[in-house]
Design a protein around this ligand. Structure first.
Ligand code: SAH
Ligand code: ZN
Ligand code: ZN
Ligand code: ZN
Ligand code: ZN
Length: 513
């Protein structure tokens, strides 16, 4: 994504309108006949604009949909920039070079050969993250190679491969066993027979392990993920190399058809989508993608089922609730805290620093979802859902209001429950952390200043755009004359060090207050 930021910084940019800085990168939605976006190695790029409070809209540009770090994909192109034939050809060559050297089919053929080998010849190169056939051994003789790769190991690629956690782009945070088992049990209790796993390799793996161990629970799973390493372990009908920020199937139509057939099998009955996207990604492109997958499922429905929804579990931090519900109004948030193996912050209990802020958003009625009492959840008969033990029902709010699992307190001035550490501030006239600065940035909507929505959702956006357009045109005529080379790409890195630091502090407050 264009803006350089990690999961926590995204809290500020996406999670709450009231915490935003003074400028931000926004996704531009296609209006009118869609102009095909230029391609980067990760498929069609997305159109962005940098908006600054009190300023007109800046020049729009295309950037990679998947990569939040310029080091991973440095694609950049102004919307109105015309490229020479030579540059286009160079870009195409670059995109081709970035694709995996082996085709999807070749990977499967290698896998089939590999499982035929006797145990002593089954080797895995840890440096190259690759299963080796005898012909490859020479090339990897200097590398750290794991031998005797068992069938069990082959069935657990998420444990064989190292998680790509330091790479912002992939941000692989694998479910802790307990959370993964909870999900598999829940899916089977709810009666699902097919699971479309979008960015959930470990869940995919456990579903398949469970199905092969227990013939009664024969749930099928299809994994869509951008991590190509997984294509070594699965055949074409159980893994597609996929980009969830632009709904791009790297292996084209054949892969798309695998996904379509999976969603539409049994007239679309018995299927659910489960997704756990990188938290640093923008919600909007994800929502657009999920709507495309929903539409694909819908095509397979008979007419009389037209008001049915594709069941979805979207796993994401709780502070994205309003963003997610903006795109999917039927979604509700479960109190269940999703734990991760390799995320110090999001681990449960003593080993992790904090309770996990990650929740499940779903359109399945919450009263159908039983949370484990032994892990500290109880049923609230008034709310008709399972909640955290500490999440006490508030008679004034008429709900169990806590989002973070702790007991919240009702503030009669704010007319709602707030975090226990917050106090009502008479200067700000709302509740906040005790050491907040009352003069702090109150940057709501860039157009009207309201705190409850973003610029893009402002009812006044049309008027503001028209007014800005004239100014922009004039300015652009001027700037087009100048050579842009020196500033090219710099708008991607707009965040100054101090602003970044401030953001981190706010995000920190958010998680720790
Ligand atoms: N908790 C999950 C993993 C979530 S981590 C589990 O244990 O199964 C996020 C996952 O999304 C990773 O597998 C990562 O490879 C994948 N991912 C990251 N960016 C992606 C993209 N643009 N398109 C598709 N998958 C992506
Ligand atoms: Zn890219
Ligand atoms: Zn309740
Ligand atoms: Zn209350
Ligand atoms: Zn208050």
């Amino acid at each position: 994504m264009a803006a350089p930021r990690d999961g926590l910084e995204a809290v500020e940019a996406e999670g709450s309108a009231g915490l935003r800085g003074t400028s931000e990168i926004e996704l531009v939605l296609p209006s009118g006949p869609a102009v095909p976006a230029p391609l980067c190695p990760h498929g069609p790029t997305l159109l962005f604009v940098k908006v600054t409070q009190g300023k007109e809209e800046a020049r729009r540009f295309y950037a990679c949909s998947a990569c939040r770090d310029r080091k991973d994909c440095n694609f950049f192109q102004w919307e109105d920039e015309k490229l020479s034939g030579a540059r286009l050809a160079a870009r195409e060559a670059h995109n081709r070079r970035c694709q995996p050297t082996l085709s999807r089919r070749q990977c499967v053929e290698r896998y089939l050969k590999f499982i035929e080998l006797p145990l002593t010849q089954r080797k895995f190169c840890q440096r190259c993250q690759q299963l080796l056939l005898p012909d490859d051994w020479g090339q990897h003789s200097e590398h750290q190679v794991l031998g005797d790769v068992s069938v069990t190991q082959l069935r657990k690629p998420s444990q064989l491969l190292y998680p790509l956690e330091n790479k912002k782009t992939y941000a692989q945070y694998l479910f802790a066993d307990r959370s993964c088992q909870f999900l598999v049990d829940l899916l089977s209790t709810l009666g699902f027979r097919r699971v479309l796993c979008v960015g959930t390799p470990r869940l995919h793996e456990l579903i398949r392990l469970t199905a092969s161990a227990d013939k009664n629970s024969n749930i099928k799973s299809l994994l869509l993920d951008i991590d190509f390493r997984y294509s070594q372990f699965y055949t074409e009908d159980s893994f597609c190399h996929y980009n969830m920020f632009n709904h791009h199937f790297f292996d084209g139509k054949t892969a798309l058809e695998v996904c379509r057939a999976f969603l539409q099998e049994d007239k679309g009955e018995g299927v659910i989508m489960v997704t756990d996207p990188p938290f640093g990604g923008l919600v909007e492109p994800l929502a657009i993608t999920f709507k495309k997958l929903i539409a694909m499922w819908k095509e397979g429905q008979s007419q009389d089922d037209s008001d049915k929804e594709l069941p979805i579990f979207w796993i994401f931090p709780y502070f994205f609730e309003s963003r997610i519900c903006q795109f999917f109004p039927s979604f509700r948030m479960l109190d269940y805290q999703v734990d991760y193996d390799n995320h110090a912050l999001y681990k449960h209990g003593k080993t992790g620093r904090k309770q996990s802020p990650v929740r499940i958003f779903t359109n399945i009625p919450l009263n159908k979802i039983i949370l484990p009492t032994e892990e500290g959840y109880r049923f609230c008969s008034l709310c008709q859902r399972y909640v955290s033990l500490e999440n006490q029902h508030c008679e004034h709010c008429n709900s169990c209001p806590s989002k973070d699992g702790r007991k919240w307190n009702h503030c009669f001035l704010c007319k709602k429950c707030v975090k226990p550490s917050w106090i009502h501030c008479s200067i700000c006239s709302h509740c906040a952390v005790p050491d907040h600065s009352c003069q702090g940035p109150k940057d709501g909507c860039f157009i009207c200043g309201e705190l409850d929505h973003k610029r893009s959702a402002c009812p006044n956006i049309a008027t503001s755009k028209r007014a800005n357009k004239a100014v922009r045109k004039q300015k652009q005529r001027k700037s087009n004359k100048m050579k842009m080379e020196t500033t090219k790409g710099q708008s991607m890195n707009h965040t100054s060090a101090t602003r970044r630091k401030k953001r981190r502090e706010r995000a920190h407050q958010y998680l720790c207050s």
